[in-house]
Design a protein around this ligand. Structure first.
Ligand code: GLA
Length: 412
């Protein structure tokens, strides 16, 4: 009796132990029910190589895994990616890049501060006074990679107030030198645009399909009466008409068929000023499109801000591109990832529909970066992939961009 009671007790204890073990396994094994200690997006280390937060599981098998972004949108628009040159050194990225993207933007390497050469400009005076020295050799391997893999390149950016050295505007090419006159600066501008376009066409014929001629020149809250940004050395040294000249020179030297773009952020908030400032340039036939950067967040309304603004530009006769798309997660964690995926789904759905019904003339959507760890907004984990230390992992955002029917394409 004694013995049989204790046997029953032991059996009961054993059963309880097994049950509690099974519950614990369920918690850890089923990632769709995250444990309280699950790391949040804000805890992602801000280094490119760091292992990132484990992905939210996507139901497998998912038929979308046999497709890629560029295949999905092949009849609608190209899918681009902003790429630091270092990315092609990593073989783990190649299949994803080549499979998904057919347009490339250099994230920094083709901006004026990377292209202009101060010492050579100074040493070469007086010959370099209106003929600044440029060097674009850093992009050689990436251009080769793009060519071998059928990826077109959009050139970003020729004229910008930022990432353009102040020494470029002085008599002796020194940062604190005397500013040159308007006429000299116009000559330097023309020379810069001519040299860049000539170099690209001679070395990489046919690979560049569009140029961002001017970036971010319109900023109504801090601008002049027309909305032109005043805190720009281009504006200060040349005057408010510097854009007109930039596009005139760009058209003069651009190969036939290469599109010329004006590129800016928050276009929805200043669309009318953009249209008015560009009007003389458009009438002169020197511009083809408007690039809407689209650094947005899950709290933005993409239908109104992105599709609506793109439709307005199209109605004015412009081509449109989303040139720097990333969608920051306003809230972190699993729910944040899902809301982000929904936002990507709405955006791609709306833009595809608008392209197909003719209300938006869009030929490319560029994602501003390959994976979260190397994004300039990495703490908001805004991109389509994360890097797990050895390979790229698709986030829910990727499935959203693919319009996975499992992801609701609605925004609140
Ligand atoms: C702007 C520029 C881009 C890039 C981002 C930040 O949008 O156009 O080239 O510098 O800022 O990464």
């Amino acid at each position: 009796m004694k013995c049989s009671v204790s046997k029953t007790a032991r059996l009961l204890i054993a059963l309880m132990l097994i049950a509690s073990l099974l519950t614990a396994c369920g918690k850890n094994g089923n990632q769709s029910t995250p444990a309280a200690s699950e790391p949040t997006a804000t805890e992602v280390p801000a280094t490119p190589t760091a292992t990132e937060v484990p992905s939210t599981p996507t139901p497998t098998p998912n038929p979308l895994d046999s497709m890629t972004l560029k295949e999905k949108y092949k009849d609608d628009f190209m899918i681009g990616m902003a790429m630091p040159v270092s990315v092609i050194n990593n073989a783990a990225f190649k299949d994803v890049i080549v499979g998904n993207f057919n347009s490339l933007t250099f994230e920094n390497e083709t901006k004026p501060d990377a292209v202009l050469r101060k010492e050579e400009c100074q040493k070469g005076l007086p010959d370099t006074y209106t003929e600044p020295v440029i060097n674009l050799s850093v992009i050689a391997r990436s251009m080769q990679f793009a060519k071998e893999n059928g990826i077109k390149v959009r050139f970003h950016t020729l004229i910008w107030h930022s990432q353009t050295p102040s020494w470029f505007f002085t008599e002796d090419y020194t940062p604190n030198g005397t500013r040159v006159s308007r006429d000299v600066m116009l000559k330097r501008m023309e020379s810069y645009i001519r040299q860049v376009m000539t170099y690209m066409e001679e070395n990489y014929p046919g690979q560049i399909y569009c140029y961002d001629v001017v970036n971010e020149a319109i900023d109504p809250p801090h601008g002049d009466a027309a909305g032109m940004r005043k805190d720009s050395l281009w504006y200060e040294v040349i005057g408010p008409d510097f854009m007109n000249y930039a596009f005139e020179y760009a058209r003069k030297y651009a190969p036939e068929g290469v599109d010329l773009y004006y590129n800016d952020y928050n276009c929805y908030s200043k669309s009318q000023q953009i249209i008015e400032c560009l009007r003389p340039i458009k009438e002169a036939g020197n511009i083809d499109g408007i690039g809407m950067q689209s650094h947005i967040s899950t709290t933005d309304n993409v239908d109104r801000q992105i599709r609506g603004t793109a439709a307005k530009f199209t109605a004015e006769g412009y081509k449109v591109q989303l040139t720097e798309l990333d969608i920051g997660q306003a809230t972190s964690g699993k729910n944040g990832e899902e809301v982000q995926a929904m936002k990507y789904a709405v955006l791609f759905k709306k833009m595809q529909q608008a392209k197909q019904n003719g209300t938006v003339d869009i030929d490319c959507i560029t994602i501003w970066g390959l994976y979260d760890g190397i994004s300039w907004r990495r703490e908001e984990t805004p991109l389509l992939y994360r890097f797990d230390g050895s390979k790229l992992v698709k986030k829910r955002a990727w499935y959203g961009a693919m319009q996975d029917p499992e992801i609701k394409a609605v925004e609140y």
